[in-house]
Design a binder for this molecule. Sequence first.
Ligand SMILES: *Cc1c(COP(=O)(O)O)cnc(C)c1O
Length: 447
Amino acid sequence: MTDRDQTPDEPAVPRIATNQVHGGVIPRTVQNTVATPIFQTAAYEFDDLATAKALFALEKTGNLYSRNGNPTQSVFERRMAALEGGVAALGTASGQAAVATTLLSLVRTGQHIVAPAQLYGGTIDLLTDAFADFGIDVTLVDQDDLDAWRAAVRPETRAFFAEGIGNPTATVLPMTEVAAIAHEAGVPLVIDSTLATPVLQRPKDFGADFVVHSATKFLGGHGSSIAGVIVDLGTFDFGAEPQKWPQFTEPYKRVGGVVLWERFGRDRSAFLIYAKTKWVHDLGPSLSPFNSFQILQGIETLDLRVTRQTASALAIAEFLAGHPAVSKVNHPGLVSSPYHELAARYLPRGAGAVFSFDVFAGEDAVETVIDSLEVFSLVANIGDVRSLVIQPATTTHSHLTAEQLVDAGFSRATIRLSIGLEDVQDLIGDLGRALDAVTPAGSVTPA
Ligand SMILES: *Cc1c(COP(=O)(O)O)cnc(C)c1O
C-alpha cells in the first residue's frame, strides 16, 4: 500500500477500488506514462561495478536480470501486496509456479505438508506425484474435519495448504480454525485465493500467512495470459523456532553467508527473497513483462467484474437448483448448501463465480448438456469475462483416481461453470435449453 493511500490512523481496511488502479505505481518515473509500460528487456545496465556487486550480494535492491524480476512485474507485485494487506509479493510464470515455489521454500526432502483432498487438480498432482519424487510427504484430509487436520500433524510438518473457496465444488474453508491448528503446530497456513480474489476474501483477516493466486483467472480476468503470484502477509515468525527453518535462519551460502531472517525479517520478506533467489533463480518460472502488463490491466477492473460475476453466479445457481434435470448444486450461497453458514462468515460479499452442479440423468447426459450450450464456451479455465463450462472429472481433474474424486466431493456427473460478464438472462436461457434436452420425462420444467 502506498503512503498516499492510507495513513496509520485509519483502519486496516483495504480500499480495493483505489488500490486495484493505483497500487504499486510510482508516478512519473518513466517518461510520465500513466499506464505502466511493458519493460521488455532481458537485462539491465548497472551504473558501475560496485553497484552490480551490491545488487548480487543483496545489499541493494534494483533491476538485475529479468529472470529475477522486471519493473512491470514489480508494479504488479506491489499492487497485490497492497490488495492482500501483505508486506511483499512475488510474480511467477503461472499459478502452479506460485504454489510450487511457495511450498518448496517451506518444505524440504523428508518433511511434510497437510492439505485437503478437495483441491485444484493441478495442485493434487504436484503434491502427490511431483513432491513424492522429491521425498516430500503429504497428508490429504477432509477439509471440514478439524480433528483430521490436527491428527495429520507430525514433527516434520512444515506447511498447511488450502483454498479459501474450493474448485470445483465451491467448498468454504473454516480458515480461522485451520490457521489456529497450523499455528499450534508451529507452521504457516498457505491459502490459494484464486477463486475468492481480494474482492471477496482477505485470508489475512482469518489467520493465513501466505497467499497464492493463479493470476491467469480473475486477476487477469480476460483469459489472455498465464501468471501467478505469492504474497507474504508478514505474519509468520520463522525466528520463533529457528532450528525448524534453517533456510531463513542459518547463513545462506549462495549470498555470502547472509542470514536472511536477520537481514530482511518479516517486514522485508526474508521468505520471498529466498523463494526468488533460490527457486525462481534456479528453476526459472519467471513472469514475462508482457504478461505482467496484461494482469495489471485486468486488476484495474477486478472488483467490477467479480461483483457482477458473483451476483450472476448466484442467480444461475438458484435457477439450476429449481430445475428437474439437476440433482445437486454446489454453491455456498444457496440456503441448502452445507457451506451456507461458513459462507456468511467467511464470504460476506458473495461466494464467487465458479461452482458446479450434478446432472440428474448421470454422467451419460453430461455430454449432451455441454454440447448443447451456445453462450457458454467449453474451456478448461475459469475467471474469464466469458462464461465457461467443463466436466472436471474427465479434464482438469482427470489425473485423480476414482478414490480421489470421491474424496474431492464430485463425480463424472458434475459440470463446472465459471460465470462471465454476459447478460445473466442469456446464460440462464442457454442452460435451460441445454438441460431440457436431458430432463426426465414427466417432470415439470419451471416456468
Ligand atoms: C488454475 C489454478 C491454479 C493453477 O494456475 P495456473 O495459472 O493455471 O498455473 C492453481 N489453483 C487454482 C485454484 C486454480 O484455479
